[in-house]
Design a protein. Structure first.
Length: 540
């Protein structure tokens, strides 16, 4: 005799080996009828972590042949909620893949009231899906609005730090062992659990770092209503259970992006007017150029403006930098910190009335000038596609590597092994060389062919290594033409199509849906990431 009338499980399933879902089958065989809920394509497109290659029809067809699955229900995003699913299906047993914090506790109470058995499918030890990371999904969406606090400092603490610690650094850890209070592990302070009572629960995310996390969850509930997540989970279930977190962030994301683009557009209008009044020639560059060609304005998920100027036009522009409203904008030049600090070699027009929540130590290091809405000025100089030109660009690459000695540590998070080794050597050597001398030398190397009328190419001389390799025939940058950009006309190179082809290849082809999400480097743009007032501690 079956134990349950109807069972239910919602999962971002695939068409792999169904035996990997044996935890689902163990409950399904106890049911007279078992219903599998799978997300539709539209909902999956909004989850970059799992939408790549997802085909709802193929998944539905695959699972229809599994004998212990009696019905497949396709779920729209609003139906991911277990309570909504209950209204549709009326199950009496339901599987979940993770304890997803306060929302889980609400769902658990709902199930108890309606006589539904809420069954954990969570593994007995940590398992990581190769294609889906529901836990990283949560961290990315909470990180800038909440402090991360780790509960426990054992092996699961080590796991967190190994996989997530560098990108989502905890504020501190708590532990029940008094012997550990006041100490630190991997640079993370360890405190008593009572420390949480000093925190605003709405500003904390507690990670339960233990295989036996249940007692931690109970202790946490006695302390207050803190949002929490254990490290244990079935990723393909947990990513749907946490979907409401992402959906809330997504709404705020595009509202924030609209504000950012409006600020950027106003900056571009002011800059454009100053350039046209004073005979200064500029070109839209990178994503701004692509947006002008493909979207007649911003790429819908873009968040900055990139410009290209010859060295001569940039120097002409600097003579008119005082034409900007000093209450709203300022020019951040690479030598702003003199001989003490190096951000990069890209000058910027920065907006004073907003800032970006970045790592606090990094912001203190750069006095809050690294975290602004800005326009980037990329400079182009002449070069050759021969040994002389390659030597010029190699010298610049070495100089930029040496100047990294004066940069904050946070800039090197994404270097591969070879780059880390090279960067380590160059940074060590760079400490022995005055930054001022290296800037002058880089400027001289970039200008090496400035007076050579035969040099056939331009290259971007003040950007990262990958851009140093891009060569642009001089004729495509011979003069400007205008293209519509939002509600204005902006300048682009006469050979803008050729330029865009060099930069992007097949530039009219849209990226995959999961890539059409606004990011700031490795960080997804959220309403918590941007603060629309001027930060404290700036000098201009």
């Amino acid at each position: 005799m079956k134990k349950y009338k109807c069972g239910y499980c919602a999962v971002a399933a695939d068409t792999g080996d169904f035996r990997e879902y044996r935890w689902m089958r163990e409950v399904a065989v106890l049911c007279d009828r078992f219903v599998l809920g799978i997300p539709d394509n539209q909902a999956m497109e909004l989850i970059p972590e799992v939408c790549s290659g997802y085909d709802m029809e193929a998944v539905k067809e695959y699972w229809a042949d599994i004998k212990w699955v009696d019905e497949i229900v396709v779920l729209a995003e609003e139906q991911f909620s277990y309570q909504k699913a209950y209204e549709i299906i009326g199950f009496d047993v339901c599987l979940y893949g993770s304890e997803y914090g306060l929302s889980f506790l609400q769902d658990k109470a709902f199930m108890e009231r309606h006589g539904v058995t809420f069954v954990s499918a969570m593994p007995e030890k940590m398992q990581r899906d190769q294609n889906v990371d529901a836990f990283g999904f949560v961290l990315k969406n909470y990180y800038f609005s909440r402090k991360i606090v780790l509960f426990g400092t054992g092996r699961y603490f080590d796991h967190y730090m190994a996989y997530y610690g560098s990108e989502y650094k905890p504020a501190y850890a708590i532990d029940n062992s008094k012997d550990k209070w006041g100490a630190s592990k991997e640079g993370i302070p360890i405190k008593a659990p009572s420390e949480l009572k000093q925190e605003n629960p709405e500003e904390i995310l507690v990670i339960l770092c233990s295989k036996n996390y249940g007692q931690m969850a109970e202790q946490l509930a006695e302390t207050g209503q803190y949002e929490y997540r254990p490290l244990l989970r079935i990723d393909r279930m947990a990513v749907l259970e946490n979907y409401r977190v992402y959906r809330k962030v997504l709404t705020g994301m595009y509202e924030t992006l609209d504000k950012i683009q409006k600020i950027n557009c106003d900056m571009l209008k002011v800059f454009d007017q100053i350039c046209r009044t004073n005979g200064i020639e500029y070109f839209l560059n990178f994503g701004s150029l692509l947006g002008a060609i493909r979207h007649k304005g911003f790429i819908p998920w873009d968040n900055d403006v990139d410009l290209l100027l010859t060295r001569k036009n940039y120097e002409k522009f600097l003579k008119h930098q005082d034409d900007f409203d000093s209450g709203k904008y300022y020019i951040l030049k690479p030598d702003f910190w003199g001989n003490k600090k190096y951000y990069d070699s890209v000058p910027r027009l920065e907006y004073k009335g907003a800032y970006i929540r970045l790592e606090e130590e990094e912001c203190r290091f750069y006095e809050n000038h690294n975290n602004r809405i800005h326009m980037d000025f990329f400079l182009i100089d002449k070069t050759y596609d021969n040994f002389r030109g390659k030597l010029q660009r190699f010298e610049l690459a070495v100089l930029y590597g040496l100047m990294n000695a004066y940069r904050h540590e946070s800039f090197f998070f994404d270097y591969d092994k070879k780059m880390r080794i090279a960067n380590g050597i160059l940074r060590k050597a760079g400490r022995c060389i005055p930054l001022k001398w290296m800037r002058k030398r880089a400027d001289k190397v970039a200008r090496r062919f400035e007076q050579d009328p035969q040099a056939p190419y331009y290259f971007i001389s003040n950007d990262v290594l990958g851009k140093l390799k891009m060569l642009f025939p001089r004729e495509i940058l011979d003069h400007t033409v205008d293209l519509p950009f939002e509600d204005m006309m902006a300048s682009v190179a006469v050979g803008y199509k050729e330029l865009c082809g060099i930069l992007f290849g097949d530039y009219m082809k849209l990226p995959p849906v999961n890539m059409r999400v606004p990011h700031l480097g490795r960080r997804m743009i959220t309403s918590d990431l941007y603060v629309f007032h001027e930060p404290e501690g700036c000098r201009y």
